[in-house]
Ligand binder design. Structure first.
Ligand code: HEC
Ligand code: HEC
Ligand code: HEC
Ligand code: HEC
Ligand code: HEC
Length: 218
């Protein structure tokens, strides 16, 4: 049997499998989950970090141009700044003014949200240093985007071809909470690939994106 035949058989199996699966759990295909905005364990704001502070996306999502997955940063990246930034500028300023008025020493203000970060990494905020005696626990960020396992998607290919993060994820730098911008359906992928190949997306003119079934399905 040729590999093309095998691919077709696998695809037929996929259609049947998906239909049965979709019916059994009433999965809404395609276009499911667009607008999905889960609550996260720490209220991390892209609007603040990427918008106001203008941090580069790749500073935190270090895999996006090197591997299949963009990845979510480990807490140690947050600690590059938050080992000394313990609250917002406004809250720190307020405490300074208050202390002056009351003629007392300024106290370190620890934001409630950042306290969760310190607990995750075992950082003692009284000594302002890591404490080996404190337990650590990973931050369990809730995944927003998800495509099925039978679809092959690779960040590196897109990012290195100059497809902007925003073309797929929307204006993340304006979001207080990350929301799924596109429907992540097959039509969404294929339409962009077609528009790329026909030159309709002028900033991606000259690129070639495959519309072969086997390009996206194993
Ligand atoms: C300071 C670090 C940081 C920077 C800078 C940053 N992000 Fe994030 N990003 C995170 C963290 C932490 C999460 C997980 C929590 C959440 O969803 O808010 C995340 C989540 C995401 C998600 C959702 C992932 C999922 O679960 O599906 C996308 C998409 C994303 N970021 C894109 C971007 C883009 C695009 C930029 C640049 C405009 C950017 N990020 C800049 C830290 C960062
Ligand atoms: C061509 C569309 C596209 C582009 C461009 C793109 N993404 Fe994604 N991104 C996706 C899809 C689709 C998923 C879901 C992947 C999955 O479920 O395996 C995703 C998932 C993610 C996630 C969740 C974790 C992961 O790696 O799966 C993060 C974080 C993320 N993207 C950040 C970024 C950042 C930052 C950029 C720009 C540097 C970017 N993306 C560019 C489509 C894109
Ligand atoms: C480049 C430095 C930098 C990095 C890296 C960084 N932050 Fe921040 N973050 C800041 C600054 C500065 C502020 C305060 C801005 C202000 O004054 O409003 C802040 C504010 C916050 C706040 C708001 C606190 C409050 O009380 O409202 C949270 C929560 C937060 N960061 C979480 C994170 C997490 C989680 C990460 C890692 C994924 C991270 N930050 C990475 C600089 C950074
Ligand atoms: C905003 C436009 C856009 C969207 C949306 C998009 N892609 Fe792409 N894709 C591209 C471009 C441009 C390339 C060509 C990259 C290059 O020149 O190497 C590409 C290339 C690819 C390749 C490499 C195949 C090849 O050899 O040409 C795969 C696989 C792929 N995309 C899968 C997907 C999947 C799966 C999705 C949906 C989850 C998706 N893409 C969504 C623009 C897009
Ligand atoms: C550019 C990427 C891409 C190409 C090319 C592509 N697909 Fe898909 N396909 C996807 C994505 C992404 C999904 C998942 C859609 C979802 O979860 O809603 C999918 C889902 C499917 C499903 C599951 C049913 C469904 O609609 O969700 C079948 C069957 C399928 N594709 C067959 C094919 C066949 C046959 C071809 C060739 C004619 C093809 N695909 C080409 C990306 C692609």
């Amino acid at each position: 049997m040729t590999s093309k035949n095998i691919t077709i058989i696998i695809l037929i199996a996929l259609v049947l499998g998906t239909l049965i699966y979709a019916q059994s759990i009433e999965l809404n295909l395609p276009g499911n989950n667009q607008g999905y905005t889960p609550k996260q364990p720490i209220e991390f704001s892209h609007r603040l970090h990427s918008g106001d502070l203008q941090l580069d996306c790749l500073y935190c999502h270090t895999g996006a141009d090197k591997s299949r997955h963009a990845g979510v940063p480990s807490a140690s990246i947050c600690m590059n700044c938050h080992n000394f930034i313990t609250a917002t500028w406004d809250a720190t300023k307020l405490e300074e003014e208050q202390a002056k008025k009351e003629k007392r020493n300024v106290q370190t203000v620890i934001s409630a949200e950042l306290q969760k970060l310190y607990e995750a990494v075992g950082f003692n905020t009284e000594k302002m240093q890591y404490d080996k005696n404190l337990q650590t626990k990973p931050i369990e960020w809730v995944r927003v985007h998800n495509i099925p396992a039978f679809v092959y998607f690779d960040h590196r290919r897109h990012v290195n071809a100059d497809v902007a993060c925003q073309q797929c994820h929307g204006a993340i730098e304006t979001m207080e909470k990350v929301s799924q911008n596109s429907d992540l359906s097959m039509g969404w992928c294929v339409n962009c690939h077609r528009d790329v190949n026909s030159g309709k997306i002028t900033d991606l003119a000259g690129k070639n994106a495959s519309t072969n079934c086997a390009g996206c399905h194993y």
